[in-house]
Design a binder for this molecule. Structure first.
Ligand code: NAD
Length: 433
């Protein structure tokens, strides 16, 4: 019996094999097994500490009321307060949020941040409601979560469908419902806020910057020059567009982009800053005048050095993986590749740079924001970039070194490096009482 099945049986948890939570935890438990880590650690990793579901009403612009479902899952806090984004998306499920919260536990541990892992979300399409409705929904969600979040306990951040404005509404709501004596540091309850309201320089671009820092560190060892490489991208939101704009400064050539509106190609290169202006005005890449449309299949089959998924989970199924023609797949999104897709790509010799490394820039600058809020400081943009680069390079080297020692792929190495650290802290702390 596989380690995952036996641990899940012991916990009386039952999932189908294609369930995202089952898949993510399987990879984590197999890494724990490889290191022969204690059974109790596997049990702790296999289920979140807390799973919170709230249902709350919101007054809509036409004076009707709609009921929404919100989630906050707190996977593990042995290293520090729970930390992870809040997503607004119509397809969100509890298992998705659980899977993403477990990845946050792995991510913060890999980078050695003093945080645990959490994730949250509200089931809705944020584009389908007005800005006023979005504000009321956000405020009502945060008041429904109440003391389940806090600057010393659980600190949300932006994710798919949320942004700095939404973080400002969350922080303001939390401050307003806090006891008067606790209001001063209350805005530290979320990160990714606007700079004018306690945000950090460099937070908006941080996840993209982290992807580029990792590519700069690891591509030379794979024989790819970042300044001359070709690449394609899924997703042109926060993470995708910042990754592309920063790679544009390096001279890398963006051949093809796909988002929820369609796919486009220009073999000579797509100018990411111009595309960013176009997407801000139109809402998607489709129709960009300086590129040609192409089908989803053609998009996946575009030959590039590096393929960067920066949209949603599990988009690279085995059948999409079979179309890919790249040497490196850099996971800017969380869990973009299914286990079957991953097996196929690894067998074909594609190097996969795992999400808990590649997309760790956002939570790292969130940590800097939280630190600045606690110390009432403002760091300049250069300090943020320099500190981020230091931690991203250290994490990339940690993953490479672990892969060399264990003779394994980079995802397994990243999980092993994270788990070993978590295990060390459990051993130091012991189990209360
Ligand atoms: P976003 O909402 O800003 O952008 C999402 C992008 O995905 C958009 O371009 C959208 O068009 C595209 N997309 C959605 N559905 C699609 C589909 N079916 N086909 C193709 N494209 C589709 O979100 P984001 O913040 O950029 O997050 C992207 C990924 O990065 C997510 O996996 C998120 O969890 C992860 N991530 C984000 C951060 C952060 O700081 N924002 C940090 C770490 C990881």
């Amino acid at each position: 019996m596989s380690i995952t099945k036996s641990v899940f049986d012991e916990l009386d948890l039952h999932y189908p094999d294609d369930n995202i939570y089952f898949q993510i935890i399987s990879a984590v438990l197999e890494s724990a097994e490889r290191l022969d880590l204690p059974h109790r650690l596997k049990l702790m990793m296999a289920q979140p500490k807390n799973e919170i579901i709230v249902h709350f009403p919101v007054r809509m612009d036409d004076d009707s009321f709609a009921l929404f479902k919100g989630y906050r899952v707190q996977h593990n806090n042995v290293l520090g307060p729970y930390k992870g984004g809040i997503r607004y998306h119509q397809g969100i499920t509890l298992d998705h949020v659980k899977a993403l919260s477990a990845l946050m536990t792995m991510k913060t541990a890999l980078v050695r941040l003093p945080f645990g892992g959490g994730k949250g979300g509200v089931k809705l399409d944020p584009r389908s409601i007005s800005p006023e409705e979005l504000m009321r929904l956000t405020r009502r969600f945060i008041s429904a979560l109440g003391t389940n979040i806090g600057p010393d306990y659980d600190i949300p951040a932006p994710d798919v469908g949320t942004n700095a404005q939404i973080m400002a509404w969350m922080a303001d709501t939390y401050v307003n419902i806090s006891e008067p004596g606790k209001r001063l540091g209350g805005s530290g309850v979320v990160t990714g806020k606007p700079i004018e309201y306690g945000g950090s320089h460099g937070r908006e671009k941080a996840t993209g910057q982290g992807v580029v820092d990792v590519l700069e560190e690891l591509l030379p060892g794979i024989g790819i020059d970042i300044n001359r490489m070709t690449y394609s991208l899924i997703g042109f939101g926060n993470v995708g567009s910042w990754t592309a704009r920063l790679l544009h400064d390096h001279g890398a050539r963006l051949k093809a982009v796909m988002d929820h509106t369609g796919a486009i190609i220009n073999e000579g290169g797509i100018a990411a800053p111009t595309l960013n202006t176009y997407v801000s005005e139109t809402g998607g890449v489709a129709g960009f005048p300086e590129a040609d449309p192409l089908s989803e299949e053609e998009f996946y089959a575009t030959e590039v050095d590096v393929f960067i998924p920066a949209a949603l989970e599990q988009m690279i199924t085995e059948s999409n993986a079979r179309l890919l023609r790249c040497r490196v797949l850099a996971e800017a999104a969380n869990a973009p590749v299914t286990p079957a897709g991953e097996r196929y790509l690894l067998e074909r010799g594609v190097t996969i740079l795992p999400a808990i490394l590649c997309s760790a820039g956002g939570v790292t600058v969130s940590y800097f924001e939280w630190k600045q809020n606690r110390q009432a400081e403002v760091w300049d943009p250069e300090t943020v970039d320099e500190q981020l680069r230091k931690l991203m390079v250290a994490a990339a080297r940690r993953v490479n070194e672990t892969a060399r020692q264990l003779k394994c792929d980079l995802r397994t190495a990243a999980y092993c490096a994270a788990l070993e650290y978590i295990n060390k802290v459990y051993n130091l702390r012991g189990i209360f009482p």
